[in-house]
Write a protein that binds this ligand. Sequence first.
Ligand code: PLP
Length: 397
Amino acid sequence: SALLSARTTAIEEAGIIRMSQKARDLAAEGRTIVSLTLGEPDFDTPAAIRKAAIEAMEAGYTHYGPVPGYPELREAIAEKLRVENGLAYGAGEVVVTNGAKQALTDAIYALVDEGDEVIVLAPYWASYAGIIKMAGGRVVEVASTIDDDFKAPPERIADAITPRTKAILMNSPCNPSGAVYSRAELEALAEVVRAHPHLCIIADEIYEYIVFEGEHVSIGTLEGMAERTITINGLSKSFAMTGWRLGYLAAPAPIAKAASKVQGTFTSAANSFVQRAAIAALKGDRTACEEMRETYRKRRDAVMARLAACPGIETMTPPGTFYVFPDVSALLGREIDGRVLADTDAFCDWLLEAHGLATVPGSAFGDARCVRLSFAASDAQLDDGLSRFEAALKALS
Ligand code: PLP
């Protein structure tokens, strides 16, 4: 429509939304569909956190709070970052947001002018591109494949830096690949960043608790990186709180202040009683988080065992997150059921229409070779879904 801004029309409908809608449409027609598209924990929020929210509501936390969040929560976040991550941000350098997604938005709007470039490490979470474009920035993709363990080598990243580059946006553990950067890999990346004084890192650490092998390292702890790192995190994945919408960023004071100004412009502050519940979550123990991680680990191992029986694909065992990202590129271009599986979209459409399995095409993540399956699903759903996947791939081979 001529009424719409160029900025909104430039944003593509997320591939994941398209696939979920298609799965719902087929289900409404009476088909049995297994959906492994979801990017959220299939667990309930722990009871103690739910109780804290109810108590806060009863206690009158129903009014506007300060834009960057309640001081006690900012203090609890600074303490968490200090104790768990070794990051030395003060409470005044923390901004509480409506989910990590808004933390990313606040950060990018705080940094990016029209035409500025932000490097994203592909495959990457689709929303990054939309946020950067909305802010008037340019998305510069640096690709990696399964042969790189889905981690772009530092030389490749260095080659993409121009005088207009404002930031490198990274995500470890990574949605969709499950890749986790080691300390040595982060050191190499930090060296690239340090060579460019006007460059900063936006580190999305939302999956930090879902690591099965190795350890999660915050790049902001490395030498010379504290003053140029914006750390993004939130409670959605770690505490099974996706619908509560609570996240945060931590950054050097001038950036945190600018991010807070962005947030004050778009939305006043995160929900008041949810912020009080977040204090309880962060100050409480991590038993529930650890139990969820161990459940994801068992599922990951079960999924990998099933994928081993699937011909034609190559899959990295994900060291983190609740996603697997098989490379199906050897199968693209094949003809089956009267259609050509020209790209990952066509592959996923066929998987859904012919075998009743919903997955997300790599194209949704800036990747032309892979498909994403989520194992944030019940054992029964996973078993059924993987049987469908295996049958589909056997039919193709
Ligand atoms: N970052 C990544 C990599 C994600 O996968 C997601 C959610 O899928 C988010 C951020 C957003 O999380 P939140 O619910 O805190 O906005």
